[in-house]
Structures are given as C-alpha cells and as structure tokens.
Design a protein around this ligand. Structure first.
Ligand code: SAM
Length: 336
C-alpha cells in the first residue's frame, strides 16, 4: 500500500504550528482525499512535522488537483522505506497545481487587531465546501459570504480560492478600510479592477469590485440584513464566519445568532452550508448546537472530524470551536 507524507504547513510560531497540526487531519478527512486514504498519523522527519497517510491507490492526480488549496498541509511526498537495497525513508515529491488568480499577499499583507488566522480561515472555507452539496463544484463557480467580515480575511481567502466573495460588517470604518486596502493592493499589483460604491436605502453602503468574472462586495450594515445589503447579488453557496470575541456573556452572541441564522438560512443557495467559529472557553459546544437548531431549520453536522475541531488560540481564548451546518433534507428555507 503506498505511503505518503504531507508536510504540515510551516507557521511563524509554535502556537500556530500546533493549530496546523490539529487541523491537518481534520481537513484531510473532510476533503476529496478522505475517499482514497486511510488512517493518518503525525510524524517528525528531519525536524519537520508531517502527516503520514496510506492509500490503496496512487495519489499523484488527487494531490495535483487538490493539495494546492488545502490550508493546513503543503508539500506531498510518496515515502518508501527502502530503495535499491538502501534504507530510507526516501521521499519522492509530488507535483501540485497551486493555481491562484491572486498574489498570496492579498490574504497575508494586512495585519490588524482581531484578524482571524489565515490558515484557519482557509480551513473553514475548505471544510464547509466539502460539507455542502458543492464539494465537487469548482471554486470558480461558488459564492462565499462572510456576514461578520471584520477586515475581510474570509473575503480575500475566498477570492484566492477562485470564488466570489461577499462580506457584511457593521463597522463602516472596517469596511472602508477593507475597500481601501483592496483598491491599493490592486493598484500596486497592477491588477485591473472595476470599483463601484453604492448606497443601500436606509440600511448601509457597499463597495463592489469586479475583476474579470470575479466579484468582491463589502457592505457596511447588520449581519441579519445580508440579503438586502447584497441585493442584486446571487445567493451564496457557502457562509463562513468567525463570531465576535471579547464578549463577556453569551447573551449578545445568542441574540446575534437568533436574528441572523434564519436570515442566512433563507438566503443560502439550496445545498449550501455554513461554518462558523466562536470562543468556546465559556460557551459550551452543546449549548451552541442546541441554540443553532432552535433558531433555524439547519442541521449541525455531528460525529468524527466535526466533533474534533476545538483548539486553543491563545491564553485568553483557550478554546475556539467550529460548527458546520447544512440543510438536512433541503432545510426549511423561505424565499426572500
Ligand atoms: C471576529 S471579528 C471577524 C474578523 C474577520 N474574520 C477578520 O479576519 O478580519 C467579528 C466581526 O463581527 C462584527 N460584528 C459584530 N456584530 C455584527 C453584526 N450584528 N453585524 C455585522 N457585523 C457584526 C464585528 O464588528 C467584528 O468585526
């Protein structure tokens, strides 16, 4: 049975390194690799951390097609214990098509307080796609919404993956900052992008950028008004977001979800899915799952990798968790 090693994506701190190690097997288990690979384990070789995976069949084509978009792992190698009588391990590098329509810096260049980790954001995008009916749809045909967009990490990640990106953020200043960064980024990278600023009657403003067939819309307003703020845009297939932190009591988050989840559910493309993360240090998973299922007709995915995503972020956020939600039996959508 062929054995492969995939390198854990190198990080700039041990804390982020631990995050990548934690997420790597989960991301693989919720990816096209799951059907072809069996058990994986973390190993150290030459001081580098790898995930060892075994497969009943060669993985070259799968790696070429999909590995470039994974978040928590990078290079792939076939591993042999022995070649020509000489003891290994011997590693044969596999080719990866890492096609991104945008320079890598689009996601990484901007640093600000409250930014969601880039690797984690890409991980969320990948696992929510795989959990939706669009697991096999090309990123270029998908639309991703982040209704709590902050400074736009999800939006830029979605663009890099090839999708259209829609964002809603209540802080006008943040949205203006996101639009200004993007405008400047395109100018400096000599990327031709059309920009339009639009006022949405009584509910907010938005900036719409178009480059070829790709669209980015950043709207200032409330998460529950996403469909109205993005009026004229097609329904999103995927909703990916990181809930606000620094909330002392669970009340505001419960309220936010109670008003926003039914609105997101109503606007989601049939077959779509939602993934969000939250500070679970004092907000237990069971409570979150029960609340989500009370607020809307969507189903929280359970079992295996879905129940294993909780991880430490830093000394304050000791536990961040993720729920993935889909439309069981098509959901209970209402039209908007
Ligand atoms: C954790 S931050 C998101 C950070 C973002 N992922 C990034 O990397 O920049 C959550 C965001 O939700 C926004 N927010 C909170 N309540 C909101 C609401 N009701 N509608 C829209 N945005 C809201 C906050 O202003 C904050 O920017």
């Amino acid at each position: 049975m062929p054995t492969y090693l995939t390198q854990i994506a190198p990080q700039r701190s041990t804390q982020y390194g631990a995050l990548a190690e934690h997420l790597a097997p989960i991301e693989l288990a919720l990816s096209p690799f799951a059907e072809r690979t069996s058990a994986s384990e973390l190993v150290t070789l030459g001081g580098q951390r790898y995930l060892r995976v075994t497969s009943a069949a060669p993985l070259d084509e799968l790696v070429r097609a999909h590995a470039g978009r994974l978040a928590a792992t990078r290079a792939w190698f076939e591993s042999r214990d022995e070649v020509g009588g000489e003891a290994g391990p011997w590693l044969r590098p596999l080719e990866i098509n890492a096609v991104s329509a945008w320079p890598e810096e689009l996601v990484s260049a901007r640093r600000y307080k409250g930014k969601t980790n880039e690797l984690f954001t890409r991980f969320l995008c990948n696992i929510v796609r795989h959990s939706s009916a669009y697991a096999n749809t090309l990123w270029g045909e998908l639309r991703v919404l982040d209704p709590l967009a902050g400074g736009g990490t999800t939006l830029f990640t979605a663009l890099s993956l090839g999708a259209d990106a829609y964002g809603v953020e209540k802080s006008l200043e943040d949205v203006q900052g996101t639009a200004a960064f993007f405008r400047q980024f395109c100018r400096e990278a000599d990327i031709d992008c059309d920009e339009r600023e639009e006022r949405m009657k009584g509910i907010g403003r938005r900036w719409r950028f178009t480059r070829g067939t790709q669209t980015l819309v950043a709207a200032a307003g409330d998460a529950a008004d996403a469909a109205k703020l993005l009026n004229g845009m097609k329904r999103p297939h995927l909703i990916v977001t990181d809930l606000p932190y620094g909330v002392q009591h669970n009340g505001p988050l419960l309220e936010l979800l109670a008003s926003a989840l039914p609105a997101w559910e109503a606007w989601l493309e049939p077959g779509g899915a939602v993934a969000f993360s939250w500070d679970a240090t004092r907000f237990a998973r069971e409570q979150m799952v029960a609340h989500v299922e009370r607020c809307c007709g969507l189903r929280v995915r359970r079992g295996g990798p879905y129940d294993a995503m909780a991880h430490a972020v830093d000394r304050v956020i000791k536990k961040r968790d993720v729920v993935v939600i889909d439309q069981a039996n098509g959901g209970t959508r209402t039209m908007v």
